[in-house]
Design a protein around this ligand. Structure first.
Ligand SMILES: [Zn+2]
Length: 414
């Protein structure tokens, strides 16, 4: 096997394409493959599919390929255009190694997708010596193409969640299929219009809004109003994760007020907010040393813990109802304004909270998804546009079936 046919095989080329020459430049750290097609080859018309069309002209093109050892590899070819004898169109012949219009080979793009699942996009750009903007173009194109082929006809229970793409700005709404445990839709905004966009997208993927029988949402009024009309058969439930978030917000208000005259509470913020099982040794020690009988913050914490236990222990809506009513009357009498307000809010949504116990939607998926969303934000760092965040969220949480496979051994792919 000579050098040309060796590289023709290694690049996976098939007739009429083959490697014509290889140029290796050690100083520049690059290797350039020049491809050619056999003289006299005929190609199918890319517009109408008619076979054996004569060559019209060629256009020189270059693609970045996977590195060849430590050297950047480039593929060059004069890509033919046909002039169709049937439809009359002059059109470029598609090549097997790259998507139309892309300056990267498909294998290179598959590598980008693989790396961007585990690394921030900016780091991937540095590693591959490619501009981050070019990587975003690749990511968006593949995610869009893969999503186009998704089928949502089996979606029955959805979780609707919001997240800020930038601190306090640019809200994004994410919709999850709670049974398949995957992200199926994301868009910017968090109002009724976002639910309407979701329903439109659902229908475009063979989904049926009337078949959605449960929607797990947070307690924002916009969502509650937005869900009932477009998803008329969905029982609304509230996710424990969001309820505990509200309790944490109430607790933080109590602590911030109390720390003004109880300096002992300084630096204790995370103890109260974090799950007890996640405390460090130092945090456990600090907790033990605090005069909990006296502190209002400790009372607020007990109220939150009790709410958390309710979600962990209740086995049915009936059992949860008993525990909830007991919690409510405690919270109303607790003499902590933020918790009295929280109790009123939760009472107004009592049915939705209890619905979650029978529908089995309180399964912790939203909490797990939320930490992946935080990871997605880190990966989109520096590119906090909602669109970029949503693209990475699809990549991490979408379980998209039609993305290119990793160019490496799939048994150990990420
Ligand atoms: Zn044609």
């Amino acid at each position: 096997m000579n050098e040309q046919s060796l590289f023709t095989a290694a690049l996976g080329l098939s007739a009429p394409w083959e490697v014509a020459s290889v140029q290796f430049d050690q100083e520049q750290g690059r290797i350039d493959f020049k491809l050619k097609f056999r003289r006299g080859s005929k190609f199918s018309c890319a517009a109408c599919g008619l076979e054996s069309q004569p060559l019209h002209d060629t256009k020189p093109r270059t693609w970045r390929h996977l590195n060849f050892f430590q050297y950047e590899a480039y593929i060059h070819a004069d890509v033919p255009r046909t002039k169709c004898t049937a439809c009359g169109k002059v059109i470029q012949v598609p090549v097997a190694w790259a998507s139309s219009g892309s300056g990267f080979t498909l294998l290179f793009e598959a590598l980008v997708l693989t790396l961007c699942r585990v690394m921030p996009v900016n780091s991937v750009a540095q590693l591959l010596c490619v501009g981050a903007d070019a990587l975003w173009v690749i990511l968006k194109r593949h995610v869009t193409q893969a999503r186009r082929q998704e089928d949502f006809s089996k979606v029955r229970r959805v979780g609707i969640d919001e997240t800020a793409s930038r601190r306090g700005h640019n809200y994004i709404t994410l919709v999850h299929d709670m049974d398949a445990r995957r992200l199926i839709f994301g868009c910017s905004g968090r109002d009724q219009a976002t639910i309407a966009s979701f329903v439109k997208d659902l229908k475009a993927h063979q989904g049926d809004p009337l078949a959605i029988n449960a929607a797990c949402i947070d307690m924002s009024k916009a969502y509650i109003a937005g869900v009932s009309k477009p998803l008329p058969n969905a029982d609304i439930t509230f996710d424990p994760f969001h309820i505990i978030q509200l309790a944490n917000q109430a607790l933080e208000v109590v602590r911030r007020d109390e720390v003004k005259y109880e300096p002992i509470l300084k630096k204790s913020r995370w103890i109260w907010l974090k799950d007890q099982s996640k405390w460090s040794v130092k945090q456990s020690r600090l907790f033990k040393s605090l005069p909990k009988a006296r502190l209002l913050t400790a009372r607020a914490w007990r109220l939150k813990q009790s709410l958390r236990e309710l979600f962990q222990t209740a086995q049915s809506a009936a059992e949860a109802a008993l525990l909830f009513d007991a919690w409510y009357s405690w919270a109303r009498r607790c003499r902590l304004e933020p918790f009295k307000r929280l109790a009123t809010t939760l009472l107004a949504h009592r049915q939705g909270i209890l619905n979650g116990f029978d529908s089995g939607l309180s399964n912790g998926y939203v909490e797990g998804a939320n930490s992946l969303i935080q990871a997605a934000k880190a990966k989109a760092r520096g590119y906090r546009r909602s669109e970029n965040m949503i693209t990475i969220a699809y990549l991490l949480l979408g379980k998209l079936e039609h993305l290119p496979r990793s160019p490496f051994n799939t048994r150990c792919s990420v």
